[in-house]
Ligand binder design. Structure first.
Ligand code: G3I
Length: 381
């Protein structure tokens, strides 16, 4: 059943009419949008300048000039991951639409939220994000159809055979991609299927079907929307290394089977103290492009440990600029998405407590040196 449930509509109404002051009590864990963000909104005390993640960033004011417009001159899409709940903050929403040309739902289209119960789809939050994007002439990147993470327990409890798994994957993918046919330009069909140490990641999908779940998912997506570009998305595969070699071999194998795979997403969640070599990133992009694949940077952020000193922010700015340069200079790559609008809405501090300051804007929506460096790269060519 495809529906926007009554509870979610109620949640939406209360959400906007209450100025987010109180969350309605509803059963659906995601019916109030991205609750995680409640604690990280710029209105919270944590982000009012007391956090180390926002220190040292206000030295000079850097104007926001509209990355999307600058990038468009190079046929580059500059996108952002967006949390539905945060769109109720007018400054956040205004920056999303003026700075970015592509929107990726940060969580709202993941299995746990969009298909929380067998046979029942919760499309309300995804629909809202798509509508926002359309009304601001933004493209949408769908994220993500098949992922071992944020997978509701009912899937592993009810699916025990390959046949049942492939049927479910087909239903899930066809329903969602079909619902958004013509509205979502690119889909991260499968996320993080390569293991960090060896081979494929050991997931329910892989255990029951080998790589068959991939061909099934890509074929179902292509059948549901023949115009959507279909991607494999992963992390730590930006440079040439054993993991990206495994991804490369998988892509070759899928293409050889005639699977409708159109691109790879290189996430690029980077640590400032452990940056990949840019020449290796460039060679990596080139080898995937030589397979006929598009190569998108899908989840860029560059985190730093501890307080962001001016020097660390300068090094971060150089790293952002260097990646933009590589993308602009390399055939086959024309899309960069940052994983969040600002440091107050970043997954990083919630997942790695001593890290932060990973994005282009600080927790008060002030542009950082990294933003200025990206503008510089997009202006001085
Ligand atoms: O929905 C629950 C809510 O019911 C509960 O009250 C709240 C309490 O913390 O948590 C809410 O769920 C959180 C969810 O984000 C939505 O806010 C989860 O705990 C939290 O773990 C989840 O984190 C997301 C993470 O993916 C999940 O793996 C991050 O926001 C999101 O930025 C991150 O994004 C991933 C990409 O999808 C794939 N690549 C890596 C990237 C970074 O981890």
């Amino acid at each position: 059943m495809v529906h926007a449930s009554f509870t979610s509509m109620l949640a939406f109404f209360l959400f906007f009419s209450s100025g987010c002051a109180t969350a309605p009590k509803v059963e659906d864990p995601y019916s109030f949008g991205v609750e995680l963000m409640a604690d990280s909104s710029p209105e919270s005390a944590q982000n009012e300048g007391s956090s180390p993640a926002t220190a040292h960033t206000a030295a000079q004011e850097i104007p926001l000039v509209g990355l999307r417009g600058l990038a468009a001159a190079y046929h580059l899409d500059f996108g952002v991951a967006v949390a539905f709940k945060a769109l109720s903050i007018s400054k956040y929403a205004q920056i999303v639409s003026s700075e970015f040309s592509t929107l990726t739902p940060e969580n709202e289209m993941k299995w746990q939220y969009i298909h929380p119960v067998a046979g029942s789809y919760e499309l309300f939050f995804g629909d809202q994000l798509v509508q926002f994007a359309q009304s601001h002439q933004m493209k949408v990147r769908g994220h993500t159809l098949v992922w071992h993470n944020q997978l509701p327990r009912w899937v592993s409890e009810s699916v025990t055979t390959e046949d049942a798994l492939l049927k479910l994957v087909t239903e899930h993918v066809s329903t969602i991609v079909g619902h958004y046919r013509g509205k979502i330009a690119k889909w991260d069909v499968a996320n993080e299927v390569i293991d960090d140490a060896q081979g494929m990641r050991d997931t329910l999908f892989y255990r029951l079907s080998g790589t068959e779940f991939l061909s099934t998912a890509f074929r179902a997506a292509h059948e549901a929307d023949a115009d959507a570009l279909l991607y494999l998305n992963d992390y730590s595969v930006e440079a040439i290394n054993p993991k990206s070699n495994r991804l490369y071999e998988l892509c070759k194998a899928l293409l050889a089977q005639g699977v409708p795979l159109h691109g790879v997403g290189l996430q690029a969640h980077w640590d400032l103290d452990d940056l990949p070599s840019m020449s290796s990133v460039r060679k990596n992009i080139e080898r995937f492009a030589a397979l006929g694949l598009k190569v998108d940077i899908t989840e860029l952020d560059i985190r730093m440990k501890g307080a962001p000193t001016p020097e660390r922010l300068r090094v971060q700015a150089e790293a952002y600029a260097a990646l933009v340069r590589v993308v602009l200079d390399t055939e086959g790559s024309d899309s960069i998405t940052v994983w969040g609008v600002d440091d107050g809405h970043s997954w990083v501090p919630q997942w790695m407590s001593s890290y932060g300051s990973a994005l282009l804007l600080d927790g008060k929506y002030r542009a950082k040196q990294a933003y200025a460096a990206v503008v510089g790269e997009l202006s001085n060519r």
